[in-house]
Write a protein that binds this ligand. Structure first.
Ligand code: SAH
Ligand code: SF4
Ligand code: F3S
Length: 476
């Protein structure tokens, strides 16, 4: 059975956007102007910001050191939790005086938050100094929108509903030189009852294998050593394209790209993590021994109410299967505390899962009510006080486990891909192991982008320290 629900933006449309880039550059509207982009939220947004930066670079813009010297300020927003939204409003408010001092300044807001009508209404009313609002589905139209905003007075708003589009062929300027984000698929079909993402990112749309492999090949040719394939649930990659395509098959193709040393991916939904993918994790040499597998809660009752479609026991047996095939795998997860109706016993189940699975690390979140999601309508919201108490307990347990797991690495020799200088240091370099652990060590500039072998001699909860014992020759 073959079906195709995903539509690629026609090349004439991409060509039109490229003309706008040219127009902005030639007219001088973009020339020698400086931009700053602040990105909130997940790696999807990071990757989208890299696309915006790519378009701006082609227009002749350069990146500013800070907002006050910028001619264009962009906020690429997130709405997964309330505090992400509050941060954006705080920043927007603070821009009022910049705009007053420099009426030429252009302010644009985009990203997930803008896909909510009430947010756009609020900005129109309270933040009239904003010049341009656009969403997640028309990001590729940014050159045209920016052109219009440059020649018009007043606010331009252009938000689209999800129409199943994927845009290829727009420029991109990456933030890092060693590892790169590569979107494999957009959107989400899962509708977990607490989550706003499917409403603001639309339905699942996969990029073609050729486009993804083409992008990864170009990255390898430009010296990149690691790629992170992105999707809200990579396990359903390819389903919309039909023809029996799966994520494991995509991994096999990416694994063939010469020059790429490491492949990572995020995120896998436990409900459809296939045996084929577990095998691929084990068999494909470049696919790193790390799996991020969000559990969200350890209580079967809560999981059902979250619409996660697996039980505590199913999750645990999945983990057993993964560990039996890949004993050295590092496991990480996401957990929400204080989902409506979560009882002490439910929370105990979550702690129990932590003890049983022993994740290398966990991202923990306080449940945040998102208007428009089914969970927001629930009456039994957990009090802030109880949420915080549980959150603290969760951190305490997980930090202990993370430290215990890391302690076992003392004295071991690990392969590290060197990413660059560690923050605020002139000689300490930083990189990651295949299991995604941060390692800091004394090094030299020529090591950046290379694999080195490091003997671990100090353990922290969040990172490791060691000494380089060998540079690993690579076989590109
Ligand atoms: N698609 C990914 C992650 C999406 S958002 C996945 O399914 O794993 C990242 C994390 O934010 C989620 O895993 C979840 O733990 C958290 N999250 C999402 N909505 C939330 C909410 N309303 N309150 C608190 N945390 C939330
Ligand atoms: Fe949100 Fe669930 Fe989709 Fe992840 S899988 S983005 S948590 S709805
Ligand atoms: Fe990511 Fe936030 Fe959007 S987590 S998909 S940027 S709502």
């Amino acid at each position: 059975m073959s079906k195709r629900e995903t539509v690629t933006v026609p090349q004439e449309e991409i060509a039109k956007q490229r003309e706008y880039i040219h127009l902005l550059k030639e007219s001088g509207l973009g020339k020698i102007k400086r931009y700053s982009i602040s990105t909130f939220g997940c790696q999807m947004n990071e990757n989208d910001s890299e696309r915006l930066a790519g378009m701006l670079c082609d227009m002749g813009y350069s990146e500013a050191q800070n907002e006050s010297e910028s001619d264009l300020i962009i906020y690429n927003t997130c709405c997964v939790r309330e505090n992400a939204e509050l941060k954006v409003y705080g920043h927007l408010g603070a821009l009022k005086h910049l705009k007053r001092n420099n009426p030429e300044l252009l302010i644009a807001v985009c990203g997930c938050m803008m896909q909510q009508q009430e947010v756009v209404d609020h900005i129109k009313k309270k933040y009239r100094h904003v010049d341009l609002i656009f969403g997640t589905h028309n990001l590729y139209k940014f050159p045209e929108l920016l052109y219009n905003a440059s020649v018009t007075n007043g606010m331009i708003v252009d938000i689209w509903e999800s129409v199943g589009l994927v845009a290829e062929g727009m420029p991109i300027a990456r933030k890092f030189g060693v590892k790169a984000l590569v979107t494999a698929m957009y959107g989400c079909n899962n509708f977990c009852s607490y989550c706003i993402v499917p409403y603001v990112r639309g339905r699942e749309r996969s990029r073609s294998v050729e486009d993804i492999v083409g992008e990864v090949t170009a990255l390898a040719e430009n010296g990149y050593k690691e790629v992170m394939l992105l999707g809200q649930n990579v396990n359903s990659y390819g389903l919309d394209l039909g023809g029996g395509l799966t994520f494991a098959k995509l991994l096999k193709e990416v694994n063939k790209v010469k020059g790429i040393e490491r492949i990572r991916f995020m995120t896998s939904h436990p409900k459809d993590l296939s045996d084929e993918l577990i095998e691929a994790l084990m068999d494909l040499d470049k696919v790193c021994e790390h799996l991020h597998l969000p559990i969200q809660s350890g209580s079967t009752k809560v999981l059902q109410e979250m619409n996660r479609k697996y039980t505590k026991e199913q999750y645990l047996s999945l983990i057993d299967k993964i560990k039996s095939k890949n004993p050295d795998i590092s496991l990480t997860t996401d957990i929400i505390v204080g989902f409506p109706g979560e009882s002490d016993a439910d929370f105990q189940d979550t702690l129990d899962v932590l003890e049983k699975v022993r994740f290398d690390s966990a991202f923990t979140f306080l449940y945040s009510k998102r208007t428009g999601t089914p969970a927001a309508k629930r009456e039994e919201q957990v009090s802030e006080e109880v949420k915080k108490e549980r959150f603290e307990k969760l951190l305490e347990v997980q930090n202990r486990i993370s430290k215990e797991i890391n302690d076992q690495l003392l004295g071991s020799e690990l392969e590290v891909l060197v990413e660059g200088l560690s923050k605020n240091s002139m000689e300490t370099y930083t990189g990651r192991t295949r299991t995604n652990k941060i390692v800091n060590f004394k090094g030299t500039g020529d090591m950046v982008g290379r694999l080195v072998r490091v003997r671990i001699d100090r353990i922290q909860t969040w990172s490791l320290e060691g000494v380089v014992i060998e540079q690993v020759p690579y076989y590109a």
